[in-house]
Design a protein around this ligand. Structure first.
Ligand SMILES: Cc1ncc(COP(=O)(O)O)c(C=O)c1O
Length: 357
């Protein structure tokens, strides 16, 4: 029985201290252009929709717990054994599994920052300390400073490649050198959510054979356009993969998500054409913004970064008033997702009235 004076249950202090994940604001008008969340601007592929419709006949059944069929297909394509692949609820779910399995209070998780906003939340949620290493002046990842930030309490070092929200990426050789320089007892996690937009091919897979402390994290949310279904995966050493499966939310990845991911893998050519279209648009938007005088780092992802610490909020407001939703980082800059040419033109038109500094 409760009494008026009894204290209500309180969450743990470290949970109450967690920053909140900022999601895209609601669209101000039905024709608003959604360029805030690095989603695919394209409707789902017909073959993928059909797979989901067909799968709905079995909604009364639990999904395959560890996405065996999807892991088998990924394993064949990536040339790794399926035991080394872990499928989770989006790559953010996979990251949560990694942090939960490898870090706790007193441990440190090191990552360059500004980066994907879920990192400090996930680190804090497992009680670990987030060690944020500032980006360099051009918005690039400072690998030397990141390496130096690894200390005796470090359990995980995490790189976002390419970095969200700046779009930058170190050279392939520098990444390989970095991974080799991390002490073997520290887990190195490469978040490759935007890998398909880099144009670099799948080079990090080759590093897995050389490093027993390396984990790659990937997603079907971005290039594959399945953000709404929540499916991503890690490729890891077998013992790491086993640990990640132990902390998996049982049945977290739905059967529909698994079927859609499988159908997407089989529609590789269609998806590659979509990625190529986004990359071509990224280059066009980048060029036009630079010509207009904006400071925009070269991007390897499906977004560009407008660095303007003093005016990020008013620029975001202006875009929003023009019906273009972007992700605004007050005091830092604005991240503009690349959409279709028509969407991008609306963003460029809104920005043409702003004089860059
Ligand atoms: C760098 C990075 N990693 C992971 C994610 C999470 O994606 P998802 O959980 O949809 O796979 C995002 C989403 O924006 C991201 O930018």
């Amino acid at each position: 029985m409760t009494t008026a004076s009894a204290p209500a249950p309180r969450a743990l202090e470290h949970v109450e201290a967690l920053p909140r994940y900022v999601t895209a604001a609601p669209a101000p008008a039905p024709d608003a252009v959604l360029l805030a969340s690095n989603e695919s601007p394209f409707d789902p592929l017909p073959s993928v929709r059909q797979a989901v419709i067909d799968g709905s006949a079995r909604l009364h059944r639990y999904p395959e717990m560890h996405s065996g069929q999807l892991r088998a297909e990924l394993g064949t394509r990536l040339g790794v054994r399926p035991e080394r692949i872990v499928v989770g609820t989006g790559s953010v779910g996979v990251l949560q599994q990694i942090f939960t399995a490898f870090a706790r209070a007193g441990d440190e998780i090191v990552f360059p920052w500004r980066s994907f906003e879920a990192y400090p939340i996930l680190a804090g949620a497992c009680g670990a300390t987030a060690v944020a290493v500032p980006l360099d002046a051009a918005g690039g990842i400072d690998l030397a400073a990141t390496r130096s930030a690894i200390g005796p309490a470090t359990k995980i070092v995490l790189l976002c490649l390419p970095n969200n929200p700046t779009g930058t990426m170190p050279a392939r050789e520098a990444i390989a050198e970095f991974v080799a320089a991390v002490p073997p007892h520290v887990l190195v996690v490469l978040d490759e959510a935007y890998l398909e937009f880099t144009g670099a091919g799948d080079e990090t897979i080759g590093l897995l054979a050389r490093h027993a402390n390396l984990v790659l994290v990937r997603t079907f949310s971005k290039a594959y356009g399945l953000a709404g279904l929540r499916v991503g995966y890690a490729v890891a050493p077998a013992d790491v993969a086993d640990a990640l499966r132990r902390v998996f939310l049982p049945f977290g990845v739905t059967a529909l998500a698994q079927l859609a991911a499988l159908a997407s893998l089989r529609a590789g050519d269609e998806l590659a054409a979509r990625v190529a279209a986004v990359v071509a648009e990224r280059e066009r938007v980048h060029r036009l913004l630079r010509e207009h005088g904006w400071r925009v780092p070269r991007s390897y992802a499906n977004f560009v970064w407008l660095a303007d610490p003093g005016r990020a909020a008013p620029i975001g407001d202006r875009l929003r008033e023009s019906g273009v939703l972007t992700r605004v980082f007050p005091g830092e800059g604005v991240r503009l997702t690349i959409g279709t040419p028509e969407m991008n033109d609306r963003a460029l038109a809104a920005l043409s009235g702003v004089r860059p500094r």
